[in-house]
Design a binder for this molecule. Sequence first.
Ligand SMILES: Cc1cc2nc3c(=O)[nH]c(=O)nc-3n(C[C@H](O)[C@H](O)[C@H](O)COP(=O)(O)O)c2cc1C
Length: 401
Amino acid sequence: MDEITEVRHTPRAAPAQDTDVLFQPYRLGRFRLPHRIVMAPLTRSRARQPGNVPSALAACYYAQRASAALIVSEATQVSMQGQGYAWTPGIHSREQVEAWRQVTRAVHQAGGLIFNQLWHVGRISHPALQPDNMLPVAPSAIIPEGKAFIENERGEGELVPFVRPRALTIEEMPYVVAQYERAARNAQAADFDGVEIHAANGYLLDQFIETGTNRRTDPYGGPVENRARLLFEIAEALIPIWGPDRIGVRLSPLGKLNDIHDDNPEATFGYIAERLSDYGLAYLHSVNPAQVQSGKEPDRLALSVVKLIRKNYKGTLIVAGGFQADSAARWLREGDADLIAFGRKFIANPDLPERLRIGAPFNVDDPTTYYGGGEKGYTDYPSLAQDRGEQPKACVDQRWR
Ligand SMILES: Cc1cc2nc3c(=O)[nH]c(=O)nc-3n(C[C@H](O)[C@H](O)[C@H](O)COP(=O)(O)O)c2cc1C
């Protein structure tokens, strides 16, 4: 038995008619989406070395998933300073831009739409990943709990303790904005359809936003208006480049990833959602704090924050996190979200929308192949067509290697 046929299947999730709402078209600003199923940003740590360049396989991987209404690319560092893990791709060098152009071309040829998720990790890094082995930067010099993922001398991945980051000086703040600006221009040169500002999951912008990581006493610290300043400055810098309707923002209220914490998440995220409405962006993308897991009711605070964001944000809301077919349909039906993003299900099911539409079983994702490696667990999950015996399309353009 080959590896592909070993992929396990889960039982049918829900009768197809219950999920009809997932297949209502949606107008996302200038884009007409055929349905409501978005591919969430997913780091896969397979960038070509040296240089953190998207590989030919990445073009294949994304093209396989082009039936998503919108693909949000894996987080992509805006600069060398913005990198926090070995083997993640960037969008700051010419070679990276050229390679991303092959990715977007493959997605467009397959009929898809793809935004680039712009990423600066802040303190979630290590000198081994920084230019000239410098210290990672952060709003404040607070060491995160946990470990950084670096490449050791033998070229292998290794987990090493985080170091105390250096607090950004106020003079450096325009330089941080400029990193995003340059990356946004590069994303345009690479023919992306838009960009998503990654302000979630405990990375740099979230470190500024949340009280646990921001002890600043200057105009970037203290009240939420100050803590959110960097995010708004970046949004304002990107609008002249892309236009507001090709920019999304991702937040993760109540998220705990990367040792992040806020003393008053309702006030923090309620304010940011409200202010972001003023820009007329393509969307706000919220990681669902009320992770919808079967048999587990979300806690009251989580639910109230989701409702608050929905109420305060006047525009398209994408919600991601723990969705199944039935819960996704319920959220759409009850008006709690406009689009639903799926992460792990898209890793294992390149044709996820079709599977959801006909109520077909899902391939199960293999966490051991999430990060790093090659085709295995990346481009070799079978589609329904392959299950029926059809040959997979040749994916990698042999001229581009
Ligand atoms: C392997 C993996 C990589 C991820 N990489 C990113 C990323 O690059 N950017 C991001 O904002 N979220 C990232 N996430 C979070 C997902 O976008 C998503 O919010 C999460 O998986 C929950 O959705 P799910 O339950 O449908 O998988 C990642 C999650 C996984 C499992």
